[in-house]
Design a protein. Structure first.
Length: 470
């Protein structure tokens, strides 16, 4: 039997991001994946500004920027003619929402490429993924978790994380139910294809001609590749043909393209949009993250982003507990903080899918926070705009970028217009006389970039530091 501190089941974006975060903290963790390799399709292709900040901290920003590009403007077609442009995002809302971030637009990177980048970073940090390892059950006791596999030895760990997708075998083994609904009764074909005859400057949209016509077709150039993502919707009850000929047939029927214009189909899937939320994100020593905990419609690009941020929230807490600094109770705050966020994001994606919500300020995820968390403590006499539980804004202090001070697995004390008290070596200090996004005061920023504690003076800071293991 193999032993480790953390076993992460699933090598999607969630499992890989968590693996990277734990590896840089010196935590012994292994990622296990039932497939023989990384997921090959585009699926979640949009990376929101908040997730770009996370990926910068994890050390993969340059690779992500090089691998992708901004979203193209939509182009609506009818009867083989271009009839007008369609913008997927509200530019003014997005501009306002990203005012204190270095990232101002969603960034398109196909999921398979994001996973390759995270996998390479994990290996660079000394982490590993064991492929061909299908988890089929687990047992846990007060000391740890034993995960069983279809083949090969069991893995014994102090904690386990289910990051194995919407059909999570770990979640089922735990008996944790999901509550949800069908967002759209219509099924969809999603495929990565090579196409001749379409420009790569637009997201090509082919709406149905009228009642009774075949459904919607969209063909989007995948930034950083020579491929397109094709999405076609089908009426309820329709059998979706994911073969090469099936993809060619639907493209030809719904657009001016000829079947032979689809020169290659590299990946195809029959997708049924639905949303669901796990009743619990933790059971004993096992945590649910990503699609194992919440299933989204792809509309609005929230699923992958919410999932990576699950990992970012859980990673520093597991690290703090496993190094012996923080009490195990810190891990209780994972579900406390992330489940309400996931519930809100499910409502948002459903609204975007149904055309009730435009992509804008809410979808960039910079406004999400944990003000109601038991980890958020604000001791100031007068509350300012930035409060404990909020995402700490980017900006400059004494000519230095604030996020440069944040980068890494540590906590940071930001002192604006006031003297910084003595803090442990594990806490980095950033001092400045003025920073409009913060206002005057002391702000203890968590490893995941949220304000944990805020005060006018250092009174009460020592007690908070002790509580979180510092």
């Amino acid at each position: 039997m193999r032993t480790t501190d953390v076993v992460i089941v699933g090598a999607g974006p969630t499992g890989l991001a968590l693996g990277v975060d734990l590896a840089r903290r010196g935590v012994d963790a292994v990622v296990v994946e039932k497939a023989d390799g990384l997921f090959p399709g585009s699926r979640g292709k949009g990376i929101q500004p908040r997730t770009m900040e996370v990926l910068e901290d994890l050390g993969v920003l340059d690779a992500i920027l090089a691998a992708g590009g901004p979203y193209p403007v939509g182009m609506i077609w009818r009867d083989g003619e271009r009839v007008g442009e369609h913008r997927m995002f509200d530019p003014e809302e997005v501009k306002e929402a990203t005012a204190n971030s270095a990232f101002t637009v969603p960034w398109m990177v196909p999921q398979w490429r994001t996973q390759q980048i995270l996998f390479a970073r994990l290996e660079e940090l000394g982490g590993r993924v064991d492929f061909g390892r299908e988890a089929v059950g687990l047992d846990q006791d007060e000391d740890g978790v034993t995960v069983r596999f279809a083949t090969g030895p069991d893995v014994r760990a102090r904690y386990a994380v289910a990051a194995d997708g919407g059909r999570s075998a770990v979640r089922r083994a735990l008996g944790v139910e999901m509550t949800g609904e069908t967002v759209d009764p219509n099924r969809a074909l999603v495929a990565d294809v090579a196409i001749s005859g379409l420009d790569r400057d637009h997201w090509h949209m082919f709406p149905p001609a009228g009642d009774g016509a075949d459904g919607f077709l969209a063909i989007c150039p995948l930034a950083g590749t020579e491929e397109f993502q094709l999405v076609a919707r089908f009426p309820e009850g329709t059998a979706v043909d994911v073969s090469v000929e099936g993809v060619r047939k639907v493209a030809a029927a719904r657009s001016h393209l000829a079947p032979e214009d689809i020169t290659e189909v590299r990946w195809a899937s029959d997708f049924h949009p639905r949303m669901a939320l796990a009743d619990r994100f933790r059971q004993g020593r096992v945590f649910l993250a990503g699609d194992a905990a919440h299933i989204h419609s792809p509309a609005g690009g929230q699923g992958l982003n919410t999932s990576v941020q699950d990992a970012y929230n859980l990673g520093w807490k597991l690290g703090a507990v496993l190094t012996g600094n923080a009490p195990a109770a810190l891990l209780d705050t994972y579900e406390e903080e992330r489940r309400p966020i996931a519930a809100d994001m499910l409502g948002l994606t459903a609204g975007v899918h149904r055309g009730e919500v435009r992509r804008g300020a809410a979808t960039v995820q910079l406004g999400l926070g944990y003000r109601e968390s038991s980890l958020s403590q604000d001791t100031r006499a007068v509350r300012a705009a930035l409060r404990a539980g909020d995402r700490a804004p980017d900006g400059t202090l004494a000519g230095v970028r604030v996020f440069d001070a944040f980068r890494g697995p540590h906590w940071t004390l930001v002192a604006v217009g006031t003297a910084a008290p003595q803090v442990p070596d594990a806490v980095r200090v950033a001092v400045g006389q003025e920073q409009p996004s913060y206002g005057k005061g002391l702000f203890l920023v968590r490893p995941d970039g949220y304000v944990g504690w805020a005060g006018d003076t250092g009174a009460g800071l020592d007690g908070y530091l002790a509580r979180v293991g510092l």
